[in-house]
Design a protein around this ligand. Sequence first.
Ligand SMILES: Cc1cc2nc3c(=O)[nH]c(=O)nc-3n(C[C@H](O)[C@H](O)[C@H](O)COP(=O)(O)O)c2cc1C
Length: 428
Amino acid sequence: MDQGTPGELAGRHILLGITGGIAAYKTPDLVRKLRGAGADVCVVTSAGAQQFVSSTALQAVSGRAVRHSLWDEAAEAAMGHIELARWADTVLIAPATANCIAKLARGQADDLLTTLCLATTAALVVAPAMNVRMWQHPATQSNVALLAERGAHLLGPAEGEQACGEYGPGRMVEPADICKALTSIDPGQAVLGPHATDPADNSLAGVNVLITAGPTREPIDPVRYISNRSSGKQGYALATEAARMGATVTLVSGPTALPVPPGVKRIDVLSAQDMLTAVESQLDQTDLFIGVAAVADYRVAAVANEKIKKTASTRDGITLDLVTNPDIIATVAATAGGPITVGFAAETHKGLEHARGKLERKGLDMIALNDVSDQRIGFSSDANALTILWSDGEQQVPMQTKAAIARSLLSKVVELFNPRLSVRSPTP
Ligand SMILES: Cc1cc2nc3c(=O)[nH]c(=O)nc-3n(C[C@H](O)[C@H](O)[C@H](O)COP(=O)(O)O)c2cc1C
């Protein structure tokens, strides 16, 4: 078993909560890596976890007694659950079952782990692992969204082959990657409590922000279309955070299952052409434009008025002619007197090179590069990681929730472009 990079987590007090998923078998390796990176690790297991990994192994690698019961007289007399909650600067739950995530979302406290999660002000880091259908279930998705909303850091799940034989998002992020992610998460934040945004952060007050999000749908006939896997989550997170920072936010959204963020005006569209029309209708009152939508590059040249049927002439296949869609972000950036324009680039290879090329070619003020080859931050994930590029600089934003990513990106926009934003939106 590899150990983490020495010193990266020196001085950190990590409480590792293990719950009852098959990925629990990887946790002795995770403990080794955390300790190898310098962290002090205390393990708490749920009743389910004990079916998958032995306390003896965890005790041997952590160097501490493993805690599993709230009703442990000896432990409660010494480092009881409140002391444990105070000791930790980070509560890492890996693997986190659908059940545990549901309990955390509800604020339930029916075992040691969930009780101390309510009692702690440590950063909460959750690495979900479960069957793909359990992960995609609306109950799990809304529980995860609620945790992210409250400031929890979500790592994964990763996409791939599952123990149950299915394929999709649901695998626990690998121990080495969890270890790495912890180095960029500030310990000791009050989470599962007030939202992590500084309530006094009004740095976008008076600024009109226009955001596009989600996929577009390009019709083939009245019942079929071409689309992509964008969930809209990052764009919605940006809309939520911009509104929290005092902006007047309009969200032009392709079809998603997400609710309208509080205080945000949403315009629903389907195709790229509809999206461009909606964006252009808002441009003269926009100070900051952020194009996050995954706009289809092509559309079907001749959309059939009636459903295409299988007939003698189509039985062996049909050919669809595609034409190029309008480039929404380039159109916005080229508008005389237009807004500050921020784009997103989803790349699978040579990301930095392609993103900087796009920044310059399209005349953007800033671009956020998403490495979509990294399965931990896939389309359905609540986590993301970015590299932000602008004319003479770049900055990495490490893997964290899409809400936290949104805050970092908006803060950078304010830092770099505040003079221009203030000129465009003078305080009344
Ligand atoms: C063989 C087996 C594997 C399981 N794997 C998972 C899993 O990967 N993720 C999950 O959410 N639940 C999984 N479950 C179901 C949980 O163990 C079950 O929901 C349990 O109540 C979780 O309790 P806990 O969250 O307190 O650990 C599995 C159950 C079995 C029997």
